[in-house]
Ligand binder design. Structure first.
Ligand code: GLY
Ligand code: MN
Ligand code: MN
Length: 429
């Protein structure tokens, strides 16, 4: 791997946290993701399933992790099955994990080739009551293809119809929502690489450059710093394009006098950064742009102060909405009559700020984790207010990534310029 892996102790600890949450006589089984096809013999780049990665650090296709904490023979309580390599695979695809390397990565001592899986599973299932299988239960998942885990659910149920089947996803969401120090360090690297990309484009942007040229500058900086690339499809949106929330075409030339909104983050070691910044194409904000910009920045700073242990995320979103409402009144975008007549389910401020302020961030960009239980120490959130004024061709979003501490927060993007004056100064070169 071109990234620095986390320690095997981290993965050993994650598996023991999982084992603690399983009822007695349980078995939990996790599959790698498939390598997704494109057309003809084309494939997408492999992206490991985040749950098996979180529990093993194994970043390879066709791997299976089995955790069976109460099995009488201690050697059988954790088993990792790997694709057995051969000369042909070595020549065409390159190196695959040896058993020793898989142990060094995961801390799992019982590593077997996949060809043994069916037989070993039979032995484990004979003494197991509850079978915990994995599924994508992200609140906003809209998956049209059958994953390897989903296929395995069908196979397992048809081969062992009389076991009790349970969902492991809620346990994984709970565990993954709280980040360990090592994970936070990995996310800090992702944010630092993102910072390098942003500083690079500050001296590159000028009237006439295209959005796709800016995208190319970012990816150049990311890949040369050991990132696989963008954490998600980058948004490079100049002028009114910034008001299209998921604008990813990045095809226009940037005009003198416009703003450009970037929503761009690097991945590193399968962890993600998620940054938004907004800068003036010609290096100087107009008075109106600056007023909108500073309003968004004030909302972001107030929101960050509100995120602490014990806070209810739904209440937090309502509070941020009220702060935004008052900024929009000051900007002359909404007035007291709009507020008085508003639909409580879609308050007046939503006309200009129509998305949420924060989501969990980690191995997934919109990471798993509850939005209905109080915030806890160790969670990582984005803080990303925005104001989008279609009629003025102005869209501003500012997005940082913060870790929740016992008594406040730590900003993983504290070094990424955000003050309007600092941005102008850096653009002057
Ligand atoms: N870049 C995706 C988001 O901000 O949520
Ligand atoms: Mn974003
Ligand atoms: Mn985000």
């Amino acid at each position: 791997m071109k990234y620095r892996p986390l320690s095997k102790e981290f993965y050993i600890n994650n598996r023991s946290k999982l084992a603690e949450k399983l009822p007695s006589n349980s078995i939990a089984i996790f599959n790698s993701n498939d390598i997704m096809p494109t057309n003809a013999d084309g494939t997408m780049r492999f992206r490991q399933n985040n749950d098996i990665f979180y529990l093993s650090g194994i970043d390879q296709e066709e791997s299976i992790l089995v955790v069976c904490p109460d099995f009488p023979n201690p050697d059988m309580r954790e088993i990792l099955f790997l694709r057995e390599t051969n000369e042909h695979i070595a020549i065409w695809e390159g190196h695959k994990y040896t058993k020793d390397e898989a142990f060094e990565t995961s801390g799992i001592t019982n590593i077997q080739w996949l060809s043994n899986f069916d037989q070993v599973l039979n032995t484990l299932m004979a003494l197991s009551e509850s079978v915990f299988l994995n599924s994508n239960e992200h609140l906003r998942a809209d998956v049209q293809v059958e994953s390897r885990d989903a296929r395995f659910i069908n196979q397992c149920k048809s081969r062992y119809p009389l076991h009790t089947y349970r969902r492991v996803a809620p346990i994984m969401h709970q565990l993954r929502a709280i980040k360990a120090q090592e994970e936070i360090q990995q996310m800090q690297v992702a944010c630092d690489i993102t910072e390098k990309g942003f500083r690079r484009i500050l001296s590159f942007v000028k009237p006439g450059v295209t959005e796709y040229e800016i995208e190319a500058e970012f990816i150049h900086e990311f890949v040369r710093n050991r990132s696989k690339g963008f954490a998600y499809e980058p948004i490079i949106a100049s002028g009114a394009n910034a008001c299209v929330l998921h604008y990813i075409e990045n095809k226009e030339a940037c005009k003198d006098g416009d703003l450009i909104l970037f929503d761009v983050g690097a991945e590193y070691g399968n962890y993600n950064a998620d940054m938004s910044r907004t800068i003036p194409v010609n290096g100087k904000f107009t008075k109106r742009q600056r007023s909108v910009y500073d309003a968004v920045l004030r909302v972001q700073r107030s929101a960050m102060e509100m995120l602490r242990p014990g806070v209810n995320i739904q209440d937090y979103h309502k509070e941020v909405g009220l702060i935004m409402q008052s900024e929009l009144v000051n900007l002359g975008l909404i007035d007291q009559t709009d507020i008085k007549n508003q639909d409580p389910k879609w308050p007046a401020y939503k006309k200009y700020f129509m998305h949420g302020t924060s989501h969990h961030l980690g191995l997934d960009v919109h990471d798993v984790g509850t939005m209905y239980e109080p915030i806890s120490k160790g969670m990582v959130f984005t803080v990303e207010p925005g104001i989008y004024i279609q009629e003025e061709g102005i869209g501003v979003r500012l997005e940082n990534n913060i870790v929740i501490l016992e008594d406040g927060y730590f900003d993983l993007m504290r070094n990424i310029p955000i003050d309007a004056e600092e941005i102008e100064e850096l653009m002057r070169g």
